[in-house]
Design a protein around this ligand. Structure first.
Ligand code: CP
Length: 308
């Protein structure tokens, strides 16, 4: 039996709290030295079938900072291009001694399929699955908010934009609900909203209502790669009606903070002034991602060694 991180919903509240505490621990530079011995002799493979900067680089840094051997599979020049399946790729790497498989894929169910095929003691870490799940993004977002506000309980959070195609939104809603966020408001242009309102949220296409008095606004990227051509919004039209700009600050709570998972379409989803301004948590999100991924790798490694 192996532990994996496939979806944030699989984690109990006490595990979420433990992981957030460990993320906090690894943010402290005083713990850098002890980190280097944690995963010595363990292999971490990065299997990115979709593009990534933040997630791939932060998993790579996290694994290296824990002392692991890191294998960054260049998908385009691998046997995948000759038709090798993901399962065969995974079991081949497992035979070379890889223990942890970080995977991003555009099709739903692929991380679970890989997990079911790997030998006992291996772990799969979902680094972004279609529109479905991005669990480590949810953890780093929760850590960022906990550091900024002290706790998530009672916060009012608006998630704005392309909710329909966003795995970031799906995982954020899940973690925010379990960490006691007071209100989760979803808003975006009608074609970019899901057919049904996710449980525990309020959803509308009225932007200003969604922003009123919130403590946090999370702007989302327009996920063009997951859209039919007919639903792709015009960037200028989107900016005018949905882009976050300086004037929006007056609608929010006085100490409100702004988030975006990246990559940011500047001047469309959020203005330069806001993205780079004092209310922005975007840089902290990226910084916290490395520590949070160290925490997740360390946890899965311990769980799977103890389960052997
Ligand atoms: N937030 C996020 O997943 O960014 P990348 O696509 O750069 O990994």
């Amino acid at each position: 039996m192996s532990r994996h991180l496939l979806d944030i919903a699989q984690l109990e509240r006490r595990t979420l709290d433990y992981l957030l505490d460990r993320g906090e621990y690894w943010l402290d530079p005083a713990h850098a030295e002890v980190g280097r011995t944690r995963l010595i002799g363990r292999g971490v493979a990065l299997l990115f079938y979709e593009n990534s900067t933040r997630t791939r680089c932060s998993f790579e840094l996290a694994a290296r900072r824990l002392g692991a051997d890191v294998l960054n599979l260049d998908i385009e020049h691998s046997a995948v291009e000759k038709g090798e399946s993901i399962v065969d790729t995974g079991t081949t790497l497992a035979a070379m001694g890889i223990s942890h498989f970080v995977i991003r894929h555009g099709s739903e169910g692929v991380p679970a399929e890989l997990a079911s095929a790997l030998p006992s003691g291996s772990s799969v870490l979902n680094a972004g699955e279609a529109h479905v799940a991005h669990p480590t993004q949810a953890l780093l977002d929760a850590l960022t908010l906990r550091r900024s506000f002290g706790q998530l309980e009672g916060l009012r959070i608006a998630i704005i934009g392309d909710i329909r195609h966003s795995r970031v939104a799906a995982s954020a809603i899940s973690i925010f609900r379990r960490l006691g966020v007071g209100e989760i408001r979803l808003a975006g242009p009608r074609p970019l909203l899901p057919d049904n309102t996710p449980e525990g949220t309020q959803m509308s296409d009225r932007r200003d209502e969604a922003l009123a008095e919130v403590d946090v606004v999370m702007a989302l990227r327009i996920q063009r790669e997951r859209m039919a051509r007919t639903t792709t919004p015009d960037p200028e039209d989107y900016r005018e009606h949905w882009g976050l700009e300086e004037a929006d600050l007056a609608r929010l709570a006085p100490e409100a903070r702004l988030m975006h998972p990246g990559p940011v379409n500047r001047g469309v989803e959020i203005s330069d002034e806001l993205a780079d301004g004092p209310r922005s948590l975007i840089r902290e999100q990226v910084r916290n991602g490395v520590a949070m991924r160290m925490a997740v790798l360390e946890w899965l490694d311990e769980e799977n060694r103890n389960g052997q």
